[in-house]
Design a protein around this ligand. Sequence first.
Ligand code: ADP
Ligand code: ZN
Ligand code: MG
Length: 486
Amino acid sequence: MPASDFEPVIGLEVHCQLKTKSKAFCACPVVFGAPPNTAVCPVCLGYPGVLPAVNREMVTLAMRVALATGCTIEEKSVFARKNYFYPDLPKGYQISQYARPLATRGAVALRADGSPKSVRLNRVHLEEDAGKSMHDFPWQDVPTGVSLVDLNRAGTPLIEIVSEPDLSSAEEAYEYLVLLRRLVRWVDASDGNMEEGSLRCDANVSVRKKGAAGLGTKVEIKNLNSFAHVKKAIEHEIERQVSALEAGQTLVQETRLYEPATGATKTMRSKEESMDYRYFPDPDLGALVVDAAWKADVAAAMPELPQARAARLVSAFGLPAADADLVCLSRPLADFYEAAVAAYPKNPKALANWLLSELLARMSDADRHAGRMPVAPGTLAALVARIDDGTISGKIAKELLGDLIATGRPVDDLVKEKGLVQISDEGEIRDAVAAVLADHPAQVATFRGGKTASFGWFVGQVMKATGGKANPEVVNRLLREALDGR
Ligand code: ADP
Ligand code: ZN
Ligand code: MG
């Protein structure tokens, strides 16, 4: 972006599907990929005369997110009807929370590269998802131009997490979203998967003169279904707004749609076309009351949160902050690490290094989040212990890792079986050194003549002679003695 007098202001509205077994207001299962309209009942189909009932698990999971984001849980919140007409909304309204949300006034601390920053949350509220209109079909018998509706998703529980307009760049918005996803996953409230739609984000973007007190005209961008799209769409929208203002135009408040093919946003509806949802409290659902006992139960079951846990790994084990943060990429990963440390408490730093380099490199992103580890924590612990006690070299350990992953067998068994035990016996190494020197008199003479750069070559020869098993420290020392000592 060209240097300009304008600064961006961004607020995100994040929808997040809660990991309940059943839907928000009926007993239908929450399923993904089931045949259309097989997980439905009169309540989620919007039949007249039915009564919704609040799913307690949904409220509990939302409370976990609220606590994880430092929100205040309101003792009393209210479900409202948000009225609009759309084929995937059989009741003609969505049940949502409006004037009185479940939780208010939280904060998410962005990572402290640069200066630390706290993004305030306005609210976390509960609502239900709509069904899905489908326009493309694998079936021959559906005529072109026909759309069908699948209501399996109707009534799936969601939370909406609304930030204050505290974000100042596309990068910050991206980081906020990554941290939020980690939090909802960390507290087991949601899969947090943007590609599968369990995490969805609308971005509100405005720009204003640098340092101005008020806010500029905002544009809401919809249809952001990947992290990369969120970043690109915001970047593009900032540029569009700045160019318009610099050209002397005025911006209109509107909703725009992100188009991945062009990377641009286009008008969806302007403020004048914006809908009046005629919100009113749902008369079928009384106020949602969270009493002190419920709140206390939920609070007591909260895990240590990622940022606190990373800080503890720094102070307890001396990990660099960046490493501790990576170890806390997901809760199962942090659990794995601490289990490995418990199995071998002597060298937490080496365990972190092995986890972050060798193990993570062999795992997909999904594996990292789900904690699908290639080896057991005890295996990593045993491997690092055998390096530390000199049984094997680090190089051999790296080679061994592939076999450990493939076979799942104990480290010591494989080391023995493959004859990988490191040679630290000085007599044996001294013999190997003597043999190498005897076999290469010309090279020895050159070295002694002052061309000492060939030292590494000698080390290589001794390692080769010992099948790579000689303890490199001992090899170095004995070679020095033999070459220098005459
Ligand atoms: P609306 O009434 O249009 O729903 P809200 O005030 O409820 O707007 O805010 C919705 C979202 O838009 C919030 O995430 C908020 O932080 C963000 N937002 C509000 N005003 C602005 C603005 N001027 N620029 C950027 N984001 C904004
Ligand atoms: Zn149902
Ligand atoms: Mg609003």
